[in-house]
Design a protein around this ligand. Sequence first.
Ligand code: NDP
Ligand code: HSE
Length: 328
Amino acid sequence: MATIKAAILGFGTVGQGIYHILNEKREELKNKLGIELEVAKILVTDASRERVPGTAHLMTTSMDEVLAEPGMQVVFEAIVNEEPAYSYLKRAVEHKCHVITANKVMFAKRGLELQDLAKANGVFVGYEATTAGGVPVIKTMKNILLVNDVSRIQGVLNGTCNYILTKMRAQGWSFETALKEAQGLGYAEADPYNDISGQDAFKKLMILSALAFGEQPDWSDVEVIGIDSISAEQVHEACEKGLRYRHVAEVEKRADGKIIAKVGPQLVDKEHPLYPVDDVFNAVALETNYIGTLTLVGPGAGMYPTASVMVEDYAEIIGKRAGFVVTI
Ligand code: NDP
Ligand code: HSE
């Protein structure tokens, strides 16, 4: 049986999740895909720290070393920020590696470019994990778009914000306590300002816009408001009136072709579809011409939901390369 090699760039919450799932599902994936996958390199900033027992020999800080590994064909990327992530993935694609990323900061800005480059090099880009964690919105939307037009997307796209708002309302926690807990659970970004300022949801919305409409609005035209200005008193008062705060991201393509987007907190009542979406859950409602409105709900952040969709991307890519449909 053929063996291919993979690298994991970044070995924090998501990177470690990928490693664990690939190990736990090794036999099953091998049987389903007919290919053995070996994690041969793990790229971090500090290679002297062994995060998972038995991985010290795989650690490197050098992308040259990753690409020099004979048989390297798949690169999972779970580091932070646009650079060096984009440059690393560009090099990987030019090296004829398939790439699978969770990095929305990089992908919101450079995703279309990376996909064009991948096409030119005959490899695939998986990016399900960039948006809504474990919710399969990218593959669902790709499928829907084969027949439907999507006119509007509305959703809760940041798990940390939703977790904080939920805990402030339901447990009476302070903003700071809820944020600390979200960090401990691996939901928050390395710099949680991206979560609470709305920037993380904004980047995800731009990825969805690019997929649904083939373009994004001018970033400077989009109003982005976070949850940092919502006080415990406001959350409590809303609750007494039967309302809940949700951090909502929405984008629509108007009849004149203009794309309009906004991100910010909204108060929703019991009738609103986002009312029951609590904790780290995300929800994405897609308005389409034939299906009507389709809403996907699921865990929006965390080690296993995120890593799982990345391994699913891998299985899908390998299935495509081998020309067969992966059956579960
Ligand atoms: P962590 O902060 O837990 O881990 C980041 C990892 O990346 C660390 O191992 C770090 O190395 C490594 N790293 C950072 N910069 C570099 C660099 N320049 N070169 C090499 N390695 C680097 O982050 P997460 O795992 O939470 O997130 C990773 C990515 O996945 C982010 O882009 C995030 O937005 C995205 N994501 C996260 C989700 C989540 O639930 N956490 C969900 C969906 C997407 P070192 O260990 O040496 O510091
Ligand atoms: N920090 C992000 C969130 C991770 O809380 O939604 C998932 O993208």
